[in-house]
Design a protein. Structure first.
Lengths: 322, 157
């Protein structure tokens, strides 16, 4: 009798403890309800507001103010007249994203960026591979005059890698802080005011400027390849991953051609550098946070990095052509 | 040798009939032993001894009940305690400390850091300007169309 009661109690307590020890949403397919509401709200809410954005840029911080107008998946962002981005307009729809640079009289046409953070968060909870994440929900006080819930998104080490303050009534993300591995904040964005009854014009979410030059990231890629002598290796335009941006970046003292691609799953980066790289070191430095696939061709090294398994990146690499 | 003799006796007795046994029991010697036994005084059991025995038995019974009661509480409590201790160890287990140090000056490390920073800042900026668009500052007079960005070190972001 004693042994059976002992075993029963131990099993009961063990089950209770295992349930308590489980992260809120760390298991595949279990997105916490509050996160699901935030994701849904991001595609449905209608509002306008002023948002402060700050992020670390080397030893300094970049700070700027944005005027945001949002109608479901459509967004328009403008910048103050007295700032460095005066006249710059961003309009994003389900199909595309446009940046208008008045000084250049140029419109860049890009793939939609959406809320990368939310899609990444959803993916983290959905995927069965990878390390578990957890959330902690607490009272967040007031942001932009609205009562909020503070959601801390915790990594496997229990440290928050991101905190978001969501409107208790609408689930709009009113503030977010992103942290590095050491727990230091590297960027924040925060609404200082928000209006849930905005008035939008007929053309608020379209961007057409007579006489403006239309450019795409592929135009810029062609220019950089020709100017800097890189190989024109790229994913084809019809690939599910769309070229969002490209640039030359100084990395460890040498020039690298960086191409960022996006699709609904998130962002991947394609780097091209001259000379050889050590794939083992790349894997070591990615520390399991990202998948890395590296290959060499024509005297250059190519590296694909993204939040995907290495096999998936290898398949994407097979589609990279000149 | 002894075993042989024992077998011999057993064999002899097996061969005795019931009548022979009755005859032997009715022998003079047997009668004398019977008379002696019947003549022995019958000693009644002492009441005080019985009482002491009952008290000892009662004490032993109470002790057994107490032990059962304690066991009734202790067995699940012990189980809960063991499981609870395991749960505490599981829940408060110190996260695995990654000891490998990353040298940030290799090109491999900086490539990965570049992507990591790009993702982090994208999380902050959302659908607004990202870090590279801010740095390029295309709308400022310092950058002209088709400007060469080679001199800008983005690696430190």
């Amino acid at each position: 009798m004693m042994s059976s009661r002992f075993v029963s109690a131990a099993v009961l307590a063990g089950l209770t403890a295992s349930v308590m020890a489980q992260p809120h949403g760390g298991r595949g397919g279990e997105i916490p309800e509050i996160i699901r509401k935030v994701i849904n709200a991001s595609q449905k809410l209608r509002y306008s507001g002023k948002r402060n954005v700050e992020f670390q840029k080397g030893p300094d911080w970049d700070r700027h103010l944005e005027y945001v107008q949002k109608d479901g998946p459509k967004t328009r962002i403008e910048y103050p007249e007295n700032g460095v981005f005066r006249g710059l307009v961003i309009v994003e729809t389900e199909r595309e994203r446009r940046h208008y640079y008045p000084d250049l009289n140029q419109i860049e046409v890009l793939p939609p960026r959406r809320e990368a953070m939310l899609s990444r968060l959803e993916k983290m909870f959905n995927r069965r591979r990878g390390r578990p994440i957890d959330i902690d929900v607490a009272d967040g006080g007031t942001v932009a005059g609205r009562d909020t819930k503070l959601i801390s998104i915790l990594g496997p080490d229990g440290k928050p890698f991101q905190k978001i303050w969501v409107d208790e009534s609408t689930y709009l993300v009113l503030k977010r802080v992103v942290y590095d591995r050491g727990g230091q904040a590297v960027g924040t964005s925060e609404y200082v005011s928000v209006d849930y009854r905005p008035k939008f014009g007929r053309n608020t979410f379209s961007l057409q400027v007579t006489g403006a030059k239309i450019v795409t990231p592929r135009n810029e890629l062609d220019r950089l390849v020709a100017k800097m002598g890189f190989q024109g290796m790229t994913l084809p335009p019809k690939d599910p991953y769309k070229l969002e941006s490209c640039r030359i970046q100084r990395i460890a003292g040498q020039s690298a051609l960086v191409q960022n691609y996006v699709n609904a799953d998130g962002q991947i980066s394609l780097y091209q550098v001259r000379g050889a790289l050590d794939p083992k070191k790349l894997r070591e430095f990615s520390r399991g946070d990202f998948g890395v696939y590296c290959w060499q061709e024509g005297g250059a090294s190519f590296v694909l990095i993204g939040d995907l398994p290495t096999d998936a990146l290898r398949k994407i690499a097979d589609r990279v052509t000149s | 040798m002894k075993r042989f003799e024992q077998d011999k006796i057993n064999g002899l007795e097996m061969r005795l009939t019931e009548q022979e046994l009755d005859k032997r029991l009715d022998s003079a010697g047997q009668q004398q032993v019977r008379t002696m036994l019947q003549a022995m005084p019958e000693e009644p059991l002492s009441l005080s001894w019985r009482s002491e025995l009952n008290q000892v038995l009662a004490a032993k019974r109470d002790s057994k009940i107490r032990r059962r009661r304690i066991a009734w509480f202790l067995s699940p409590a012990l189980g809960l305690g063991v499981a609870g201790a395991l749960a505490v160890v599981t829940m408060f287990k110190t996260p695995e400390v990654r000891t490998s140090q990353i040298s940030g000056d290799t090109i491999e490390a900086q490539l990965v850091a570049s992507h990591r920073n790009s993702i982090r800042i994208a999380d902050v900026t959302g659908v607004g300007l990202n870090s590279y668009e801010v740095i390029e500052g295309k709308n400022t007079s310092t950058v002209t169309p088709g400007s060469d960005l080679d001199g800008v070190d983005f690696g430190s972001l």
